[in-house]
Design a protein around this ligand. Sequence first.
Ligand code: SF4
Ligand code: SF4
Length: 465
Amino acid sequence: MPNMDPKKCPMPSQDPNVRNKNFKEVALGYTAEMAMGEAQRCLQCKNHPCRSGCPVEIDIPGFVKLVAEGDFEGAYQVVAASSALPAVCGRVCPQESQCEGKCVRGIKAEPVGIGRLERFVADWHREHNDSKPVAPAPNGHKVAVIGAGPSGLTVAGDLAKMGYKVTIYEALHVAGGVLMYGIPEFRLPKSIVQKEVEGLKDLGVDIECNMVIGKVLTIDELFNDYGFEAVYIASGAGLPRFMGIPGESLNGVYSANEYLTRVNLMKAYDPNCRTPIQHSKAVAVVGGGNVAMDAARCAKRLGAEQVYIVYRRGMAELPARKEEVEHAEEEGIIFKTLTNPVEVLGDENGWVKGMTCVEMELGEPDETGRRRPIVKEGSEFTLDVDTMIMALGTSPNPLIRSTTPGLEANKHGCLITNGPEGLTSRDFVWAGGDAVTGAATVILAMGAGKEAARAIDKAIKEKNA
Ligand code: SF4
Ligand code: SF4
């Protein structure tokens, strides 16, 4: 008999007033008993709609059944057969709009906690099993991957499992991409990312760091001088957007990318690291997505007394995950919605001392279907802050397309491909993840890597047939 509890087993977490002063992980993870109880809520549906919501095609009922039976290692093996980064996905996937959004238990009650169970089995495996994956016999073909973020790691893992010799070229000094520089330690501990990267190296994937493709080597050189038969571009979207308002170049204005990179990758929160960061009293984060929530929660943990999310639409329109908004509210982040900055104000030394904002109201829906924010006449006011963080989205860096003849991009700088398979306008060059979609989610980037791995394998086999 399935467990018919309408609610998911709650996730044990740190108290909000404790966690908003430290960078340790917020969610503490299920115990074995909790995981088995939650897994028993699964109805083992024959048509398993949950699977259609998973971009990396995990056999969800298959692994959940094994968790319910207490076979945690078996469950991990089912997950790992489809996902290169299970401990990551279980933590940062927007499950409510992916697998759990399709779960039939979610029609009348809460869906099965698929993400929480995935996290549990990945953590269980890491803590109880030292065995390393075995690299398959080489098939004699070489593929280069540009970028060691979620999309690049996925394509590399899938191709390595098929016997390809894969080399990932990573621009930073460490692999992981946005998982390392973007997502804070309290949502995704970096040691967990590195453990998953180690698993790929055990499969035979080479990762060359500090390699900026487009500067150190071009894509043409990868083909002509290094003998790669295919290239997958997964260079992400690291170019921040700004508002273009007066005062944005003052000291104390950060892009969210820079702020999060200093905090996460360069560990600015650690007194033993010498990475400089502004220790602010009052911070405004402009934007309403997950990146804005991450930046605000980091600023709070670094000691800011007031941290504001400044967003031009209302609470209902916030693009961030509901869970992230709730966590931010619990930790004391102040939401100033229906508010838009129009000028950053500076002191005599060129540092931020405040910002002029206007109040907004919502009009008719725009082309995106969301109600258009309109300025309320005479609503100008000043918000006293000493730091501003712009979390307004990012676009792909133009370096690779500007050094690769024949590589086409759209007006936003996103590479143009033939659809889900990810073939670009250049023969044997594929692309996926944020480099194609603009800033999106980790799981969509991984799904793109999975599709591209199949397409690359098919094309190389056809060419050599
Ligand atoms: Fe759900 Fe993400 Fe896991 Fe797929 S990878 S089953 S979408 S949590
Ligand atoms: Fe289980 Fe939900 Fe998937 Fe059905 S849809 S198999 S209940 S996880």
